[in-house]
Design a protein around this ligand. Structure first.
Ligand code: GDP
Ligand code: ZN
Length: 357
């Protein structure tokens, strides 16, 4: 395969210069599955494996290659048959989606590399959520890629223009498109982003229409959509054989489970529930506006002192409180009220437990 079709250009050729003399060939990772890879090279697509040296030199997990990475590989000798291409070098990334590990930087993991543009999808049905979309936008900017907001399922919505305007007011400087992946209405507007050599990724909740859109762009069903999606014995989606696709018109798409789920831990609702117990404790602080720092009669600090909760958790909780105050100060009442509601539910549950227990 001509690597230019996969985004290889003067920028990458320049970065690759030092490896030419080591007889390495350039390639791009099209599938990553644990430590096994599929790598597209000029002579063809190959299974890939990491050079021991690369593994040893990697100080952080994020130094190891991910889908989308351009790499330097050594192919097996002609008579050694079709053994794996050995990855000897990873070229510096233009962009990277990084899953932050609880254990800190050494365990941070790159989910996908060198994505130029990310379609942030939200549904114009019940999925529509401005705040979650904002979170996605922040995550995309952090990766170095540029976001484009796609409001899918326009065919199900009566006030499309109103919703577009609502998102445009928070996504300053970001293109917002309404479309229907199902009927193809509005999909033509994406042509400008799907240029040869440009790599696009998708993020958005499950069911928003990512597979439907990808299949439509590819003109064939590579990704099983909900309903016909198969699961393995553990109930997970079965993995596809490929995670980086070349569109008929030349654009590139990276679609991996990791990208799909990216930022969900932050963007979705689950987070608040994690702190429901601390929220409940805070109800017993002497002062209603207790910041759990120096105030007398602070129930949260009391629990830390008794060793009932860790100081780390309280620090994370404080961060959440700060976000809550920020949201309130910006007038994002919906988001703030939702967090409070969950806190109150937590408090009630605890009081009930104390009474019944
Ligand atoms: P994914 O989980 O994001 O990949 O979502 P899917 O592509 O599997 O779509 C989930 C469901 O939404 C499927 O039943 C699709 O047919 C449906 N769907 C996707 N796009 C549209 C759309 O534009 N309009 C309507 N009405 N349904 C859609
Ligand atoms: Zn307190």
């Amino acid at each position: 395969m001509d690597l230019h079709l996969l985004g290889w250009d003067a920028h990458w050729r320049e970065l690759f210069t030092p490896y030419v003399s080591q007889s390495l060939l350039p390639g791009r990772i099209v599938v990553e599955h644990r430590d096994a890879y599929r790598i597209e090279t000029e002579p063809g697509v190959r299974p890939g494996a990491l050079a021991g040296r690369l593994r040893h030199l990697a100080e952080r997990r994020s130094d190891l290659p991910a889908v989308g990475d351009f790499v330097g590989v050594r192919l097996p000798e002609r008579d050694a048959g079709d053994g794996p291409a050995i990855v000897e070098a990873v070229l510096p990334r233009r962009t990277a989606f990084v899953r932050r590990a609880a254990g800190g930087r050494p365990d941070d993991q790159v989910i996908a590399a060198n994505i130029d543009t990310v379609f942030v999808m939200t549904g114009l049905d019940h999925d529509f959520n401005v705040r979650r979309t904002e979170r996605y936008l922040a995550a995309v900017w952090e990766s170095g890629a540029s976001p484009v907001v796609l409001l899918n399922k326009a065919d199900l919505c009566q006030d499309v223009e109103h919703k577009v305007a609502e998102l445009q007011s928070v996504a300053i400087g970001v293109d917002v498109h309404a479309l229907s992946a199902l009927t193809a209405d509005g999909v033509d507007a994406l042509a400008g982003y799907l240029r040869p050599g440009v790599t696009v990724g998708f993020v958005g909740s499950s069911g928003v229409g990512k597979s439907t859109l990808l299949n439509r762009l590819l003109g064939r069903a590579v990704q099983a959509t909900a309903g016909v999606r198969t699961h393995d014995s553990r109930g997970r989606h079965t993995t596809t054989h490929r995670e980086l696709f070349v569109l008929p018109q030349g654009g590139l798409v990276i679609d991996t489970p990791g990208m799909r789920e990216f930022a969900l831990s932050d963007a979705d609702e689950g987070l608040d529930a994690v702190f429901a117990d601390l929220d409940a404790l805070a109800v017993y602080c002497r002062f209603a506006d207790c910041a759990h720092r120096v105030e007398p009669g602070c129930a949260v600090r009391g629990a830390v002192e008794r060793g009932e909760i860790s100081a780390d958790r309280v620090a994370s909780y404080e961060k959440l409180l700060k976000e809550l105050r920020y949201e309130e100060s910006r007038g994002d009442q919906g988001a703030a009220a939702e967090r409070k509601r969950q806190g109150r539910i937590g408090a009630k549950a605890i009081r009930r437990m104390k009474r019944d227990g």
